[in-house]
Design a protein around this ligand. Sequence first.
Ligand code: SF4
Length: 338
Amino acid sequence: MQKVDDIKPCYPLFRQDEYKESLANKKAKFEEGHAADKVQEIFNWTTTMEYRELNFQREALTVNPAKACQPLGAVLCALGFEKTLPYVHGSQGCVAYFRTYFNRHFREPVSCVSDSMTEDAAVFGGQKNMIDGLENAKAMYKPEMIAVSTTCMAEVIGDDLNAFITNTKKAGGVPMDYPTPYAHTPSFVGSHVTGWDNMFEGIMRYFTLNTMDDKEVGKNGKINIVPGFESYLGNYRVIHRMLDEMGVEHTMLSDPTEVLDTPADGEFRMYAGGTKLDEVKDAPNAKNTFLLQPMQLEKTKKYVETTWKHEVPKMVIPMGLESTDEFLMKVSEVTGKE
Ligand code: SF4
């Protein structure tokens, strides 16, 4: 704590026990990081001849792989749900970047709003922006769900999404029962894939955490497919096709194939396709949940295993013949279909 007669600058301040504890808690609870001994073990391995030889055997190498920020992943995740408007609490420039990035890749307009925090909000907090922003976004674009994520600015000043959204509802900006899942997506931790994971977990938590009493694993006879940050729409389609041909009933949890590939017939569609909210509510009743990019979905895995009680199958990304075979064999094992 700062005392008025003894204000410390950041360096000595962050060395106080209180801050050390707070940073350690943040790391343990929110960063999904590996234990210090595991990090040290991997570091030691990278200094061995075995590692050097493996490196020399590489035929393809990416130095500084493309890495975007967390809310970009959160926006892609939100776009995959029916009539959902991604809403970013923070600066407008960040959202312009996300939209441009997706426009260029998908060649589609990408609907996403921000509450345009500026200098005053950076000093006094962005609650006012959130109250106006949620109300305006709902009134103007008429989504059935608004999925809220954050930019660096809101995270640096420590804006509390749960409190802000609750206060917006209390102020009458949006109805109390209006779906507003959220995820804190600070870009100084992780990358776009972490943001996707955080937003997905936020949406699942919103719709299923308090409604687990009547849920039963396997009740709906389906399997859940969680794609993770997947920007090639053909991959979603081929997975649907393969599972349909096997007769496997499934729910793709976050499916942006329609909204990011609307027909060029002159009509703008702000919302198209996407996973239905009823399917999200029914997801815990599935036989199992397949995480297609398991390394990137740690938070989701933890939630699905502890809250839905699904035994998430161990697998690698179904990329290439061998891994795709492995994925389909796992599906066959779980469902009994061939
Ligand atoms: S890294 Fe932070 S400031 Fe930069 S675009 Fe992403 S959210 Fe915005």
